[in-house]
Write a protein that binds this ligand. Structure first.
Ligand code: ADP
Ligand code: TRP
Length: 327
């Protein structure tokens, strides 16, 4: 890897809030991994456990989900810093880097309530009459700190996160203006193209909240059980929910003869999907299981990542503290 300062910084974060499924992989992870592997960036990938704390308030669950997410990222091809080559990334846990919450406080003093009240997530919660925690209200400031601490230029996220990047940019501008110094770099979002929404086994959007997922590291038994329960209706030419998932792993040209041969035979088409999914998932599953069997490998990677992240952020925090006059 060339000297860290020569490449633009890319950073993204994922909340450890549930079992990773095919929708997550094809909708977000795959593109993130491709960008990281391009070798064009210095990449920071973060397990956003303090963001997840707004949803997961159980120690055992938090520990497991955070470890699972890190293992998932390693299994799908992110190479933490110990690896060699252009594609290695700094993979770390947000809670291991205290600067994130420290900078959040500083941003809190610059940010107004009305400004945070314009956040979509806040407005949605209000519209539903949900009682909203201060952590949820303040979510955009923690996310701004995540991004700005690393002089991040590029933030690959889904469309739903666009507003959060605007918050980070505005916050950087405000800080620089108020304290009269260019301490923070203004980040840009990279909106990852929506792969057509991946449907779940019931035809709705695949989501952990709907219990309709196919887990990314599913065993053959689970794949079979889930695929066989994909809801099909017999009105069309082909079972669309089966086809939509099949299309993620095979081209339309490859699928045409299969769907022609088994026209109207939904069971045979589902069996073909089980075969193809299992072939696609098997190598990922093997790596994932190996990692999960040696959790010390995951924690060691996260610890190394946290050290790297702390090195970067302590320099930035020294600059920040000088700029605001506490150091
Ligand atoms: P869930 O809906 O299961 O709670 P998340 O909201 O945690 O999933 O998803 C994380 C990211 O994964 C989203 O930002 C989105 O980009 C992607 N994603 C999730 N489900 C799908 C889906 N069914 N189709 C396409 N992308 C998805
Ligand atoms: N809020 C993001 C999400 O829900 C996760 C996240 C936390 C993040 N910190 C980040 C994404 C920093 C990009 C950069 O998906």
């Amino acid at each position: 890897m060339s000297s860290p300062s020569t490449k633009p910084v890319m950073l993204s974060g994922i909340k450890p809030t549930g079992e990773i499924h095919l929708g997550n992989y094809f909708g977000a992870m795959r593109q993130l991994v491709e960008l990281a592997k391009s070798g064009k960036y210095q990449s920071f990938i973060m397990v956003a456990d303090y963001h997840a704390l707004n949803f997961i308030q159980n120690a055992k669950e938090m520990r497991e989900l955070s470890l699972d997410l890190a293992a998932a990222y390693m299994a799908v091809g992110l190479t933490p810093q110990s690896g060699s080559g252009e594609d290695r990334v700094v993979l770390f846990k947000q809670s291991d880097v205290p600067a994130h919450t420290e900078l959040t406080w500083i941003f809190d003093t610059l940010t107004t309530m009305p400004y945070l009240m314009r956040a979509h997530a806040f407005k949605d919660a209000e519209a539903k009459n949900h009682e909203i925690s201060v952590g949820t209200f303040n979510y955009p400031m923690l996310m701004s700190a995540d991004i700005l601490l690393y002089d991040t230029q590029l933030v690959p996220v889904g469309q739903d996160q666009k507003q959060h990047i605007e918050y980070a940019r505005d916050t950087a501008e405000k800080f620089n203006r108020v304290f009269g110094q260019e301490v923070f770099t203004l980040p840009k979002e990279h909106i990852m193209e929506e792969v057509a929404i991946v449907p779940g086994i019931d035809g709705q959007k695949m989501s952990k909240s709907y219990g309709n997922t196919i887990p990314l590291f599913a065993s053959r038994e689970v794949i079979t059980e889930r695929v066989m329960s994909i809801v099909t209706d017999s009105s069309g030419e082909r079972p669309e929910n089966v086809y939509a998932i099949h299309k993620l792993i095979k081209s339309e040209a490859e699928l045409a003869p299969i769907y022609e041969e088994h026209r109207g035979k939904y069971k045979a088409l589902k069996e073909a999907l089980v075969e193809d999914l299992d072939a696609f998932i098997a190598p990922l599953r093997t790596t994932y299981i190996e990692l999960k069997d040696s959790p010390e490998k995951i924690t060691a990677a996260l610890e190394r990542g946290a050290e790297q992240a702390r090195e970067v952020t302590s320099k930035k925090m020294a600059e920040v503290k000088k700029a605001i006059g506490v150091a």
